[in-house]
Design a protein around this ligand. Structure first.
Ligand SMILES: NC(=O)c1ccc[n+]([C@@H]2O[C@H](COP(=O)([O-])OP(=O)(O)OC[C@H]3O[C@@H](n4cnc5c(N)ncnc54)[C@H](OP(=O)(O)O)[C@@H]3O)[C@@H](O)[C@H]2O)c1
Length: 244
């Protein structure tokens, strides 16, 4: 896909990985629907930076764990920016707890945001794309899906399912729309855990002895968007962590 003058919706693009993806797309001439839930100030900063790069950039607030909000949210994006060519399902909640510590409300909130919202957004995306146009969906998954552990029970389950959703939609939406996923390993410390020594973590847990960065995710997003003979793929970028 030629990226210039295309329009991308990136969920959760006010901060961190979503922000990096949004600004990298703006660098390549892509107009942005910048979605945020609570990070309004940060999203406005992304909007300003994107506009300085000469692209259109509009802000859209939505709590995507409220599934009734999804249709009006996507319709608003379409009304304000027109056809959406690229959908990046990035917003997610990293809920902790083993299975025995996961209750109904945690399951509900985690599945709604991490899995059901990407499904419903992908449907809306496919429905609005004219018959003669091509589109691209990228789901941001997690390399944790390639190993079985008992922590982050609900989160892991949603990302396992997101990988399978990627492959199922890739089949259903071909040939007009490609659907791929990126499964990152440790990229950024969690909010509240910035004190963690990332080098030490890498030394202990990652065969390549380094953590990732938003730039690595960005490079893979651009790689997926630029070529057209790839769908249903899940690109792992985790320094080999999931091999252990
Ligand atoms: N960071 C890593 O090392 C890492 C590793 C593996 C996978 N990943 C995956 O990469 C993606 C981005 O990770 P990250 O660390 O940048 O995420 P993050 O810091 O946890 O940010 C989460 C994003 O989701 C949005 N969000 C949270 N609750 C929401 C809700 N109810 N409705 C709508 N949006 C909501 C947030 O928006 P607001 O701030 O506006 O509320 C924010 O933009 C996620 O899918 C994550 O699973 C990240």
């Amino acid at each position: 896909m030629n990226l210039k003058n295309k329009t991308a919706l990136i969920t959760g693009s006010g901060i961190r990985l979503g922000k990096a993806i949004a600004l990298a797309l703006a660098d390549r001439g892509v107009n942005l629907a910048i979605h945020y839930n609570s990070s309004k100030k940060q999203a406005e900063e992304v909007q300003n930076l994107a506009k300085q790069k000469g692209v259109k950039a509009e802000l859209f607030q939505a709590d995507l764990s409220d599934l009734t909000a999804i249709e009006p949210f996507f319709d608003q994006v379409h009304t304000d920016l027109g056809q959406v060519d690229i959908l990046i399902n990035n917003a997610s909640v990293y809920t902790s707890g083993s299975g025995m510590n996961t209750n109904a409300s945690t399951l509900n909130a985690t599945f709604s945001l991490n899995l059901f919202a990407p499904i419903l957004l992908t449907r809306k995306f496919a429905l609005q794309l004219p018959e003669d146009k091509n589109g691209k969906v990228i789901n941001i998954s997690d390399a944790k899906t390639f190993v079985t552990k008992k922590d982050h029970f609900a989160y892991r389950l949603t990302k396992y399912a997101l990988n399978q959703m990627t492959r199922m939609f890739a089949l259903e939406l071909a040939p007009r729309i490609t659907v791929n996923a990126i499964a990152p390993g440790i990229m950024l410390p969690l909010a509240g855990f910035e004190h963690i020594d990332m080098d030490e973590l890498a030394e202990q847990r990652i065969p390549l002895k380094m953590t990732g960065s938003p730039e690595i995710v960005v490079e893979n997003v651009i790689h997926i968007l630029r070529q057209d003979f790839m769908t249903g793929s899940i690109i792992t970028v985790d320094g080999g962590e999931s091999l252990l």
